[in-house]
Structure formats: structure tokens, C-alpha cells
Design a binder for this molecule. Sequence first.
Ligand SMILES: Nc1ncnc2c1ncn2[C@@H]1O[C@H](COP(=O)(O)OP(=O)(O)OP(=O)(O)O)[C@@H](O)[C@H]1O
Ligand SMILES: [Mg+2]
Length: 283
Amino acid sequence: MQKAIEVNELTYSYDKKSHAVDNLSFEVKKGEIFGFLGPSGAGKSTTIKLLTRLISPPPGKVFILGQDMSKVKYSFYKKVGIAFENDVLYPTLTGYENLMLHAKIYGTPKEEVLDMLKKMDLFKSKDKKAGDYSKGMKTRLVLARALVTKPEVLFMDEPTSGMDPEIAAYVREIILNLNKNGTTMFLTTHDMNEAEKLCDRIAFFNKGKIIELDTPENYKKRFGKQVVTVEHNGQKKTFSKQDDLTMLTDIINSKSFDSIHSQEASLEEIFIKVVGRGLKGEA
Ligand SMILES: Nc1ncnc2c1ncn2[C@@H]1O[C@H](COP(=O)(O)OP(=O)(O)OP(=O)(O)O)[C@@H](O)[C@H]1O
Ligand SMILES: [Mg+2]
């Protein structure tokens, strides 16, 4: 397996009382979209800061594309894109100028900057000041800036947090398209819907630790209930695999049912079952 990200027994504390990241180990394959799903205060942003060296990790703990992140030089960030929710754009510069400034540092040509603005549906607004952009536009500009150098690995902290659903869907589409071109992605979210739509594998994350790690499909297979609910003569009846299903087949054969629903556990229900708490609220 070619590894894009490797984390070995990483621990980090802001104070002596508790660990924000607690003995964390995991690997992300090249080309994968890997998500950290966890509630507020779980340590998601701290983890992503350590992975990208916004907080310097100790030696031998974090490797991106085989490089020890405690030792990388600034030029390595050409290969690594970072898009954080509260990222600072230059508000008095236009969208185009914001991107150009970043592109120049890494020698990315102007044509690719213009191309990226088109991709992000920002071309028409490229000469508007970034400070006058809407929240959704700012987020797309931040993502554009992270992507304009064509990174091999992209880190995103809550990429669609606070966006209206339509723009969030658009940004997710962009993320999936980029991944098809081979970009490895690491993202954090407390939105199970987002995790399920985007991620190849999802780590259930709480109190600085990975509690479970699997694909969305496997979570459902492992923890989901497979039940069918039938509405019949004004009554609802639920059948599971273990039940005698004669009554169910009789109802179906007689065509006397009003409705039939198969029921799958949502990732949120599974998260609560596995982690023992929900995705909203305090840690
Ligand atoms: N700069 C800081 N100084 C002190 N403590 C911090 C700092 N940043 C985060 N923490 C603490 O570390 C823990 C993890 O915070 P972190 O921001 O990593 O969580 P998160 O999962 O990203 O939460 P959210 O979903 O709200 O963004 C929390 O208890 C938080 O209070
Ligand atoms: Mg956070």
C-alpha cells in the first residue's frame, strides 16, 4: 500500500489536565478520502493542525508522503494543500489577487489560477474584493487557494460547515471530482451526512481517540439493523431477519399493505451506539 499519511502514537496537550489528541495512530492510502467524524471539542482541528504542522508534531510521529512533518521545509507545502474554515484571506485584495499571491510563491502560472477560478465558479467575481465575498464564496476561494498548486494531499477542516445546502452540495461535488484526479484527502466533519457522501473510510473520533475505523458501507453492515416495516390495516409491524416471516409474505401476497419500508440505521445512530454519545453537544 502506498501511504499518503502515516501517524504513529501521536499525543498532544494544550495543558497538563487532558490530551486533545491521545495516542493516535492511523494511515491513509494514496487516493483515498479519509474523514474524521466527531463532535465539537473531540480534537479534530488539533489533529489536522498537527498533521499539517500548523502545530509542530514531535519527530517520528507524522509522515506525509513519506516526509517526517517535524522536519519539512516550506517548499514541501506545494504538495500539501490546506483549507481551514477560518482561513485568512486578504479582504482588500480581489479573489484573483488572493490566488495569484499564493500561486506566485510556488511558481504556479497565471493560466492555472484563472482555470481554478472557473472551476470554483468564481471567475465572474474574480475582480471583487475578497472581503465582499459571501461565506460560500470565501470558502470556495480558500479551497481554490489550497488547490491551485495541485497538491497531492489536501487537508480540509469542516469544508462545508455553515454553508447553505446548495453550496455545500456544490463544494462536495468539487471535492469528489478532484479526488477522481488522484488527490488524497483528509477531512474533518461533525456532519455524518457529509462523511457518508464523501469518505472512503471514516474514523469515529472522540476525546482525541479513534473509536472505530471503517467504510460507511461496513459500518452499516456491522451495526445497522436490517428491518422491514409494513403498514397493514392501519397498524405498523416491524420484521427483522430473525423473525418468522410467514406473516410478512402473507401480507405481501395478499397485496393488502398500505406501505413497506426497509430501514437502515443512519451513521449518526451507529455513531451514538459505538461512541456512546451523539455528534452534537459538548465533549
Ligand atoms: N489553542 C487552544 N488552547 C487551549 N486549548 C485548546 C486550543 N484549541 C483547542 N483546545 C482544546 O482542545 C480540545 C480539542 O479542540 P479542537 O478544536 O481540536 O476540537 P474540534 O473537534 O475541532 O471541535 P469543533 O468541532 O468545535 O471544531 C478542546 O477541549 C479545546 O477546548
Ligand atoms: Mg474544529
